[in-house]
Design a protein around this ligand. Sequence first.
Ligand SMILES: [Ca+2]
Ligand SMILES: [Ca+2]
Length: 387
Amino acid sequence: MKEVVGCTLVAAVLAACGGGLPALPTLEGQLPLVVAHRGASGYLPEETVEAYAKAIELGADAIEPDVISTKDGVLIARHDPNLAYSTDVAQHPEFASRKRTLSVDGEMQEGWFASDFTLAEIKTLGGISTDAERPQQFNGKFRIATIQEVIDLVKKSGRNIAIYPETKNPSFHRQQGLPLEDKLLALLAAAGWTERDAPVFVQSFEPGSLKYMRSKGSRLKMVQLIDADDVDLKTGALTYAAPYDKPFDWALAGDKRKFSDMVTPAGLAEIKTYADGIGPWKRYIVSVKGTLDANGKVADVNGDGKVNDADTTTMAPTTLVADAHKAGLLVHPYTFRNEKRRLASNYKGDPVLEYKQFFALGVDGLFSDFADTALAARAEYLKETGR
Ligand SMILES: [Ca+2]
Ligand SMILES: [Ca+2]
């Protein structure tokens, strides 16, 4: 048994390996990848060196930095150009005058923007938790990481960890005169990562960003992210409101299509021309639906005074995993989280049940804020399916 398990993990589950067991339902029968979304972001302020080191310590297969640019053109790991969202910049009186209003992907935002700060200035800021329900005691304690520092951490780990960078707001950065792509490719190339088998997945919501990197001859694995605005809990249908209705480069080009057009057979075939996989919001694979009360409103089924995912049940899975696999694309849905309010009632407050459903559906990996829970769920899934 021990040997079978070892064989499974090392040999990425070849059918011959488990003594005749059928291959896993992933694209090539390989083990599904656990991607630490923004590092161990469930535990520590996201996208800091500490959060990435913790994710590696938890055993994640890949760590995910979002990529934005400083004023002096250094790539840093941060989800939003607006530093107000994830740093303590508001507590720094020396930067009070930098506060301004700026359009990011067509949305007017007030705050402090990375493109107005040098790296040296940004290094004086501390990361903060972006979720009030998560630990707050580390707020302000850890610095903002550069992409180079994240690469160095992967190298230093001595393990086969992948880096999964996302070009964030690439058209916005181009508008600011701070394009991301060439710099990102140069950093990765300097690390020795240029080929398809490098431990790298480059992701973006904007097809133009990935296509640009392909046009520069990049052979790295690429993943097209697919967003939506929300789910209509009355019907379980995904909703499409700007700016989450379509990639911003499509909006700029006046392209009428929405993200929903990416998951059709034609959309998937087009993605296959420049990418190796898709990273859809998980609701494209399993959506959720509420119960209507007497007034036709979505009911607070568990009576906690709030209406959220905990008041929903899952709908039948879509055919997206099979459709994408048919098109030769990997499927890495996002984002898996432990909080009970974010879990449909079917999962009984246990995030492991959600992971196991997605592993059984054949996803090739997933983005998780809690890599340890995802890894535990994967181990259970393998055990329960006799591997
Ligand atoms: Ca991301
Ligand atoms: Ca409720």
